[in-house]
Design a protein around this ligand. Structure first.
Ligand code: TPP
Ligand code: MG
Length: 412
């Protein structure tokens, strides 16, 4: 007789659903300032505790606490705050433009602005990011990136810099260290590690920064990237943005329930941190720490950024179907803009009227860029790039077989 109990398959469930408030105690937070900051040459094993804790600098009163509080001028922080407001304002306008059918599709990073903008401040010219569709902040944190160009791509108009070859939001800016976004998730990780390895093989000084979401870590490419990064001590920062959701899938479905995503790094011999992604100062400090490790031949660093995707996954998603409508208001790590604003005000480097003035100024900057971009058309005009453009830019000079195909296509 078989006395064993029948086996059961375990399927993780989110702790909240529409009409049932989320229990965020699953997040395992540490108080601001509580987590130690090891020297950059720490061995990966000696970061094991940091992969389960949460590096935080800003407390609820806007004070910067502990060993991770970065040395940084108030002017840099004001620039950081403006970069976050710029990103949020850009997103809000472009979301509206999509609803007006001027854009076919859009993805915002509402609530996650601190991660890409503060990370951008820790990188050097020539470093290469391999972003996903939610790191527009890497571009919008820079003064030299043209918002008009970004909008022209979104509007699929005559001035679209990638001439219809990419979805809106999938930017490509080699000169700004922003590798062409691929819609195939997790490919960014192996590409970034390979690029970092190539930089080391060439004896260059540039580092790579890889980006992935919680959901996409379930892809095999993620694990392959970790193995290569570890074995060859690739000069790369491995960013996992844990915004709690992968479209309608809760992060536990990708394996974030009984462990952390940062802990994946420890298992692979990679120094790893779990960091408050809504804390601009913590993001800046952890990104600088990881960048210094990469630049000093100390190898890769994995960073899990804890944040919350406050908006819909994309303009094709309706989150009210799978989570409480007011979830973001209860998220314990708050709003990154409000938190940095509170800090700047606490140190006397910002005021309510500065904030209002900056918000107004940025709104008119974004509006002016949109007006300018619309001069070249929007999706509503049905602009289609010329047929030749499909064959151009594949090779530096067009080889004979593409010339032939172009001739055939034009004759068809
Ligand atoms: C390889 C692959 N599988 C599935 C998809 C479809 N898809 C696009 S976004 C997404 C969710 C990704 O979630 P996450 O990695 O957490 O990133 P987030 O959108 O939260 O930033 C999925 C499944 C895809 N683009 N590529
Ligand atoms: Mg996600």
């Amino acid at each position: 007789m078989n006395k064993r109990a029948p086996l059961r398959l375990y399927v993780p469930e989110p702790t909240g659903r529409p009409g049932r408030e989320t229990d965020f105690s699953y997040l395992r937070l540490s108080p601001a300032g509580a987590v130690r900051r090891p020297p950059v040459d720490v061995t990966p094993n000696d970061t094991a505790d940091l992969a389960y804790a949460l590096v935080r600098v800003l407390d609820d009163d806007g004070r910067a606490l502990g060993e991770w509080a970065p040395q940084v001028d108030a002017e840099v922080l004001r620039r950081g705050l403006r970069a976050m407001i710029r990103t949020r304002t850009f997103d809000a306008r472009m979301l509206m433009a999509q609803r007006q059918k001027k854009i076919s599709f859009y993805m915002q990073c509402l609530g996650e602005e601190a991660i890409a903008t503060a990370h951008a401040f820790a990188l050097d010219p020539g470093d290469m990011c391999f972003p996903t569709y939610r790191q527009q902040g890497l571009l919008l944190a820079r003064d030299d990136v043209s918002m008009v160009d970004m909008m022209c791509q979104l509007m699929s108009n005559q001035r679209d810099p990638v001439r219809g070859r990419q979805l809106p939001v999938m930017y490509s800016y080699k000169r700004y260290g922003f590798f062409s976004i691929s819609g195939n998730l997790a490919t960014q990780f192996i590409q970034a590690v390979g690029w970092g390895m190539a930089s080391a093989i060439k004896g260059d000084t540039k580092i790579a920064s890889a980006w992935i979401g919680d959901g996409a870590t379930a892809e095999a490419d993620f694990h392959t990237a970790l193995t290569f990064a570890h074995v060859y001590r690739a000069p790369v920062i491995l960013n996992v943005v844990n915004n709690q959701w992968a479209i309608s899938m809760f992060q536990a479905i990708a394996g974030g329930e009984a462990t952390t995503f940062a802990a994946r790094g420890i298992g692979c011999g990679i120094a790893s941190l779990r960091v408050d992604g809504n804390d601009f100062l913590a993001v800046l400090a952890a990104s600088r720490w990881a960048a210094e490790r990469a630049r000093s031949n100390l190898g890769p660093t994995m960073i899990e950024w804890i944040t919350y995707r406050a908006g819909a996954h994309s303009t094709s998603d309706d989150p009210s179907r799978y989570r409480p409508a007011d979830d973001w208001q209860h998220f314990p790590l708050g709003d990154p803009i409000e938190r940095l604003k509170r800090h700047l005000m606490a140190i006397g480097a910002w005021s309510e009227s500065d904030h209002e003035a900056a918000t107004r100024e940025i709104e008119s900057e974004v509006l002016a860029a949109q007006k300018e971009a619309e001069r070249y058309g929007t999706l509503l005009d049905g602009h289609i790039p010329p047929l030749e453009s499909m064959f151009e830019d594949v090779y530096k000079t067009m080889p004979p077989h593409l010339h032939d195909q172009l001739r055939q296509a034009a004759a068809a």
